[in-house]
Design a binder for this molecule. Structure first.
Ligand SMILES: [Zn+2]
Ligand SMILES: [Zn+2]
Length: 635
C-alpha cells in the first residue's frame, strides 16, 4: 500500500510506501518520512493500493503519529489549497500543522484523542446584524452560555485585539480554564503551549484572531465570527484566505453551526442571508434548520435579550472652502471641551499634508506605489503613506524651481496644528508608525485626539463625546467597487467609540452622494438595496467571483512581460473576463517587477480553472513568484 504525503513546504505531495504489516488506516495522520535524505513530518493525504506513478522504489514511512486535528482537518486543508489555487504544503504552513506535528513527535501530547461526534451535529451559517459591538458580545456570550453543557470545541474569532480581549474575557467568565487565546502575535513558545493545551484537550474553547479558525481541536461544535465584515480577516501574506470564509467552510465540514455578526455586515453576507443561504437572525420567527431544541432556544433567547441601541447623530458637512476643519466642528469640539469631554478628529493620512507646485503642478510621488507622498513638517521629509518610503523635502519645486508651493489634503500633523491653534489646547496624535509596533498608547488623558482609523481601532466603546471624520472622501473616491461599503463600515465602527447622545460630523466635498443620506438615517436597508443593485448591474461580487493573480520577480527577468502576456492570452473560458495584465509598481522592497491580472466570472469553477492554468503557464520560471488572491479585498 502507498500513501501520498504532504509536507509544510512549497511542494506537491510525494508518494511513500507503507511498511509491510503496518496499519493502512492512516489518512489524516501525522507521519515521519525522509525527504531529500532528511527526516520530515508530513500529513497523509490519501492511501492507495497502487502507486500513482510507475516507479521501482519508494521510500517507506518511518513513523506514524496521531491524527491532525479533527476528521474535518484534512478536507479543510484540501479545500484551502484548492480554493486559493495553492498547494497542500502551503496550506499546512497556514494551519498550525508544524506545531502539532512537533508536539506529537516529542510525545508531549497523546496520539489518540477523543473523537466523539460534535454535540450539535448540524451545519448552518447564521447572520446577525447587531446594533452595537456590545450587543455582538452579549449575543455570543448568551448563546454559548445556553449551550455550555452540551458543547465541546468552540472557536470565537475577533477582528482586532481590543475586541479579542473583550471576547476572551466573556468566555473566560463562562468556561474558565477551558479557554485558550490564540493570535498572531504570540511568541513561538506561547503558541506551542497553546497548541499543546488544545491538542491534549485541556482547552477546547478558543478565542482568537483570524488564524485561530485553524485551531486543531478534535471536536468543533460552534464557531463565531465577530465583526464579520472586517478586512482584518483577509490575509496579505501566504495563502490569502479570509478567516470568515474559512470559518463558514469549517462549520460546513465539521457539521457545526457558524454565527456571523457585525454592526455593518458585508454585502456578500447580506446577500447570502437574503437568498436564504444564511439564516437571517434579525428576521422575526427565524428558523435554524437542523438545530436541536437546546441550540435553537439558546440562539432565540440570545437574540431576544438584545438591548435597544441608541446611536449618535450623524451630520454631513459640505466643505465650501479649502478649510481643514469646518467651523461647525470646531464650535462643537469647543463646547465638549468646556464640559470636560473628549473629541476625536479622524483623518486617514499621516504627516502634514500633500504638497503641489502652483506653477507647474508638480506633486512628489512614491517611486514604488505612485501615490502622492505626504510632507512631514517635523523632520522635513516626504513620506509614502503606503510603504513608508521617505525622500528629502524641498522648499522650491524640483521641476521648475518655483517657490510657490501649496499644501493641501491635511494629515494628522496639520490637523493637530489646526486644533491647537483654534482650540488652544494640546492634541494627542495616535497613528500607526511605520516600521515599529506601537505600544498601547494611553488616550484617556487627552481632551483632543487626532488620529487615523488606527486610533479608532485602539479605543474602547463610547469613550469619546464627539467625533469628526475629516477626509472620508479619501475612501469614497477610491476607484474600488467596495468604496461606499468600506466607508459605511468605517463610520459604523466609529459610531461604536462615540457616546450615543452625541454627534459625529462627516466632512465631504460632495454632499449629494446617496451614501450620506443612508448613513445619516442609519438606513441599512436602503444602503444594501442600492449597493446590491449597483453591483448587479455592473456584475461585481456577490453577483460574480473575482480573483487577482499577482506575478512578482525579485530580479529583472528577461522576457517576463512577454511570458505573462502569453500565459494570459492562451487562456479563454466562456463567461470569463480578464482585465490586464497590467504592470504595477512592486509592493515590497525586495521586488523589481510586478504584474496584476484580474479575473472575473459568474461561475467560480471557471475562475479556478482559469487561475490554475495561467499560474501553471508561469510555473517554474526562475526568480518568479506567482499566486492567486481569491475574492481580493484590495484591487
Ligand atoms: Zn513647479
Ligand atoms: Zn510607497
Amino acid at each position: 500500500m502507498y500513501a501520498d504525503i504532504a509536507f509544510p513546504l512549497k511542494l506537491h505531495s510525494l508518494t511513500y510506501k507503507i511498511p509491510e504489516g503496518a496499519s493502512t488506516d492512516i489518512e489524516g495522520r501525522i507521519v515521519k518520512a525522509s525527504i531529500g535524505g532528511r527526516p520530515a513530518l508530513g500529513l497523509v493525504v490519501s492511501v492507495s493500493a497502487e502507486p500513482p506513478v510507475a516507479k521501482k522504489k519508494f521510500r517507506e514511512i518511518e513513523e506514524v503519529y496521531g491524527r491532525f486535528g479533527s476528521k474535518a482537518a484534512l478536507p479543510l486543508i484540501l479545500w484551502l489549497a484548492d480554493y486559493h489555487v495553492s498547494t497542500i504544503g502551503m496550506a499546512l504552513k497556514t494551519c498550525f500543522f508544524e506545531e502539532a506535528a512537533a508536539l506529537m513527535q516529542s510525545g508531549l501530547v497523546p496520539s489518540e484523542t477523543d473523537e466523539t461526534q460534535a454535540a450539535q451535529g448540524f451545519y448552518a451559517s447564521m447572520l446577525y446584524h447587531a446594533g452595537s459591538t456590545k450587543n455582538e458580545l452579549s449575543l455570543l456570550a448568551d448563546t454559548v452560555s445556553g449551550i455550555k453543557d452540551n458543547s465541546k470545541g468552540i472557536v470565537a474569532l475577533a477582528p482586532e485585539t481590543v475586541r479579542l480581549d473583550q471576547i476572551a474575557g466573556a468566555l473566560r467568565a463562562i468556561f474558565g480554564e477551558r479557554l485558550c487565546v490564540l493570535h498572531g502575535r504570540l511568541t513561538k513558545k506561547k503558541r506551542m503551549s497553546a497548541i499543546e493545551r488544545i491538542i491534549s484537550g485541556d482547552a477546547d474553547v478558543i478565542a482568537g484572531t483570524r488564524s485561530a479558525v485553524f485551531a486543531p481541536l478534535s471536536n468543533v461544535s460552534f464557531i463565531s465570527v465577530a465583526g464579520e465584515h472586517s478586512q482584518s480577516y483577509k490575509g496579505e501574506e501566504g495563502i490569502r484566505y479570509n478567516g470568515r470564509d474559512v470559518a463558514v467552510m469549517r462549520g460546513f465540514i465539521e457539521k457545526s453551526p457558524v454565527l456571523l455578526s457585525s454592526v455593518c455586515p458585508s454585502l456578500e453576507s447580506v446577500y447570502n442571508s437574503r437568498t436564504g443561504k444564511y439564516v437571517a437572525l434579525n428576521a422575526k420567527g427565524f428558523r435554524i434548520k437542523g438545530a436541536g431544541p437546546m441550540f435553537a432556544d439558546a440562539v432565540r433567547s440570545a437574540v431576544e435579550g438584545q438591548q435597544e441601541v441608541v446611536r449618535p447623530k450623524i451630520e454631513i458637512i459640505n466643505l465650501q472652502k479649502r478649510e481643514t476643519i469646518s467651523p461647525a466642528i470646531i464650535k462643537q469640539a469647543k463646547n465638549i471641551f468646556s464640559a470636560g469631554g473628549r473629541f476625536l478628529f479622524l483623518v486617514n493620512r499621516q504627516g502634514y499634508s500633500l504638497i503641489r507646485c502652483d506653477e507647474c503642478g508638480f506633486m512628489p510621488r512614491c517611486g514604488r506605489c505612485l501615490v502622492p507622498m505626504a510632507f512631514t513638517k517635523n523632520n522635513r521629509v516626504l513620506r509614502c503613506g503606503y510603504c513608508g518610503e521617505t525622500k528629502p523635502g524641498f522648499s522650491v519645486c524640483p521641476d521648475c524651481k518655483s517657490a510657490k508651493l501649496s499644501f493641501f489634503g491635511a494629515g494628522t500633523e496639520k490637523v493637530k496644528e489646526e486644533v491647537e491653534r483654534l482650540l488652544h489646547a494640546e492634541a494627542l496624535v495616535i497613528e500607526k508608525k511605520h516600521g515599529r509596533a506601537s505600544a498601547g498608547e494611553d488616550m484617556s488623558g487627552s481632551s483632543f485626539v487626532v488620529g487615523t482609523s488606527y486610533a479608532r481601532r485602539k479605543s474602547k466603546e463610547q469613550v469619546f463625546d464627539g467625533a469628526a471624520y475629516l477626509n472620508i472622501d479619501a475612501i469614497v473616491f477610491q476607484p474600488d467597487f467596495r468604496a461606499d461599503e468600506k466607508a459605511f463600515q468605517e463610520i459604523m465602527e466609529l459610531v461604536q467609540v462615540i457616546r450615543p447622545d452625541s454627534k459625529i460630523y462627516l466632512q465631504t466635498g460632495d454632499a449629494r452622494r446617496p451614501l450620506w443620506n443612508n448613513l445619516r438615517h442609519y438606513d441599512f436597508g436602503a444602503f444594501y438595496d442600492y449597493e446590491l443593485a449597483q453591483r448587479k448591474s455592473l456584475g461585481y461580487p456577490p453577483f460574480s467571483r473575482t480573483a487577482l493573480l499577482v506575478v512578482k520577480s525579485k530580479s529583472a527577468v528577461p522576457g517576463l512581460q512577454e511570458s505573462v502576456y502569453s500565459a494570459v492570452s492562451s487562456v479563454s473560458f466562456p463567461g470569463l473576463e480578464i482585465l490586464g495584465p497590467i504592470e504595477r509598481p512592486p509592493s515590497g522592497k525586495a521586488y523589481r517587477q510586478q504584474f496584476h491580472i484580474l479575473l472575473k466570472a459568474k461561475d467560480s469553477r471557471i475562475l479556478h480553472k482559469a487561475s490554475r492554468s495561467i499560474l501553471g503557464n508561469l510555473d517554474g520560471m526562475k526568480d518568479v513568484e506567482a499566486f492567486a488572491d481569491t475574492n481580493p479585498y484590495k484591487i
